[in-house]
Design a protein around this ligand. Structure first.
Ligand code: FAD
Length: 545
């Protein structure tokens, strides 16, 4: 049994090539004038920072909490075309989403984005008939040129063979289609890394408390480092407000009279231990608009989501007891009861959709990106989908280039080379691009003498870090104690904590346990584990932190 005393000690040395310390980063941020300051390090801000840095601009990005600590780690983890949107006739939107999904899965992040087969069960008395759903999944698959197979209808018997948890009473047929899924917080941190490799300077746990302005135009921000309370400022020619659910709060810093631009809707999810392997996910229509998902994810079962108007402080959003009950009740439409028992629940979380204002219920509101330009020239952008984050990043960059102060951006988008730069940016992979099967195989075969990695750990590293997993294996080879599991019931090892601290901007135990690894979602972040992670984080080497 691991004890506090047995925490490996390698972590006291800063890893070679690790991130600069927070003090150094603050200094870098305060010293220069940036072409672009991105406020908000969710996936949307990170995407813009990545694309802008790739275009050669001097970019800074800050987040009040952890990167992807809000909405971007609270999604349904789907990289999808959005079957539901077909109902509203949004054919072009679905085709665009499919295109981005396939580029992500094929070129940009094949090591992090995985194919997933979906079953859409049709029950007697359900909101849609088998004919309609069959036609829907066929059209859906046609819009991605049948790249994931042909959407079709199968018998309940065949569906139950792929997924023994499927409730078969009153089941008439099952429609089948293909999409993808990911670990959203891991893809986000890999995208932050891509932005930094392209030259962006980033700092998490640094909150914007006010905006700087010059002759009425927003030209920077005042910040407070939440880890030690220190205050500093950043100057920039352009400022992007990518603060998701906080978007109007930042807009009011620019113009106290700014009208609300968005409304919020809460979506909660549950994670449960899985009792059997699932070879297909379930997407079950609850009513005309809503679908409830039951997804195999991280060897667990992910259930959700809800869709309720939310008016409180975005920082306070949580999954309530009522949310938990609703999600379990809705899942029971198609999942057998024994797979939904409360003692299997390991984690519950909630996030906020940012929706355009307007009439009608939140469940029928369009999932569009909301963009507005404020009185002081700050561009605010929120909403949209994880799936299309690269597309949103490029679109926002184009808008920024047209603003006064966007000269450097406009220059990077013009001239003979501009087309090829854009093309390059379109296909640039995330760090660690590799075939995860080959990475896992090498991890199993190539340990130092006496150091053996077990297969679930090798698989976990390969599918969450790609070829960067070899850097983690190197830590283990240097100090075999770092190869021990953090918790006996999860595949993750201590080297990942050291790596998260030195290379992935992890500052708090939650950064490590909830977002760099899957310990929290598996319900394995015990007090002992937390204390040991905090100890390792505190042992950052000289000059770090
Ligand atoms: C329940 C739910 C399920 C979803 N499922 C999917 C899905 O399966 N597939 C899909 O494609 N999309 C999905 N989405 C949509 C997707 O998750 C979002 O579009 C995306 O995460 C939005 O990212 P963002 O960067 O705009 O916001 P956020 O991730 O919320 O980032 C905003 C950041 O701004 C920071 N911030 C706020 N105030 C300040 C300040 N003063 N100073 C500095 N930083 C600040 C916050 O700390 C936060 O990290 C889902 C959304 C929800 C809510």
């Amino acid at each position: 049994m691991n004890t506090l005393q047995s925490v490996p000690t390698l972590g006291t040395r800063p890893a070679a090539g690790g991130n600069p310390s927070r003090a150094e980063t603050r200094e870098l941020l305060a010293r220069a004038t940036y072409d672009l300051l991105v406020i908000g390090g969710g996936i949307l801000g990170t995407s813009v920072a990545w694309h802008a840095a790739q275009s050669g601009l001097r970019v800074a990005m800050v987040d009040a909490g952890d990167f992807a600590g809000a909405t971007s780690s609270a999604s349904s983890k789907l990289v999808h075309g959005g079957l539901r949107y077909l109902q509203t006739g949004a054919v072009k939107l679905v085709a665009e989403n499919h295109h981005e999904r396939r580029v992500l899965a094929k070129d940009v992040a094949p090591h992090l984005v995985n194919p997933l087969t979906f079953h859409l069960p049709v029950y007697k008395g359900g909101p849609h008939g088998a004919g309609k759903l069959g036609a829907g999944v066929f059209a859906y698959s046609a819009l991605s040129a049948f790249g994931d197979g042909v959407g079709r209808v199968i018998s309940p018997k065949k569906a139950a063979a792929a997924n023994p948890a499927l409730r078969t009473e009153d089941l008439k047929a099952v429609a089948v289609y293909g999409d993808h899924q990911m670990n959203d917080s891991r893809v986000a941190v890999m995208t932050v890394r891509a932005a930094v490799q392209a030259g962006a300077v980033v700092l998490n746990h640094a909150e914007v408390t006010g905006l700087r302005s010059t002759r009425g135009r927003v030209t920077g921000a005042e910040l407070r480092d939440r880890t030690d309370g220190s205050e500093f400022g950043v100057d920039a020619r352009l400022v992007l407000n990518a603060t998701g659910p906080w978007v109007d709060r930042l807009r009011r810093m620019e113009d106290p009279a700014a009208d609300p631009s968005v409304r919020l809707s809460k979506g909660a999810h549950l994670v449960l231990r899985r009792r059997a392997p699932w070879r297909a996910a379930m997407a079950t229509p609850i009513d005309k608009y809503r679908i409830t998902f039951a997804l195999p994810w991280e060897d667990q079962l992910l259930l959700g989501t809800t869709d309720e108007p939310y008016e409180g402080d975005p920082a306070d959003v949580t999954a309530t007891e009522a949310d938990i009950r609703q999600i379990l009740d809705e899942a029971a439409h198609s999942v057998r009861g024994e797979h939904l028992s409360r003692d299997l629940l390991t984690y519950a979380f909630a996030g906020l959709r940012v929706l355009p204002g307007g009439p009608g219920g939140v469940e029928s509101a369009k999932r569009e990106t909301v963009v507005s330009e404020g009185r002081g020239g700050m561009l605010s952008v929120a909403g949209g989908k994880w799936t299309t984050y690269r597309h949103i990043g490029r679109t926002v960059l184009d808008k920024l280039a047209k603003l006064p102060g966007g000269g450097a951006l406009a220059a990077s988008a013009e001239g003979e080379d501009a087309v090829s730069v854009r093309e390059l940016v379109r296909r640039t992979p995330l760090p660690g691009l590799a075939n995860p099967n080959a990475v896992a195989h090498r991890l199993l075969m190539e340990g130092a003498p006496g150091v053996r990695m077990d297969p679930p750990t090798a698989r976990q590293l390969a599918t969450h870090y790609g070829s960067l997993a070899f850097d983690i294996a190197r830590l283990v080879n240097e100090d075999p104690a770092l190869g021990e599991r953090i918790h006996p019931d999860g595949p993750e090892i201590w080297a990942q904590v050291v790596y998260a601290r030195d290379h992935e901007w992890a500052e708090t135990a939650d950064d490590v346990l909830r977002r760099r690894t899957t310990l929290t979602i598996r319900g394995l972040d015990t007090e002992d584990v937390r204390a040991r992670v905090e100890k390792l984080l505190g042992e950052r080497g000289e000059g770090q932190g």
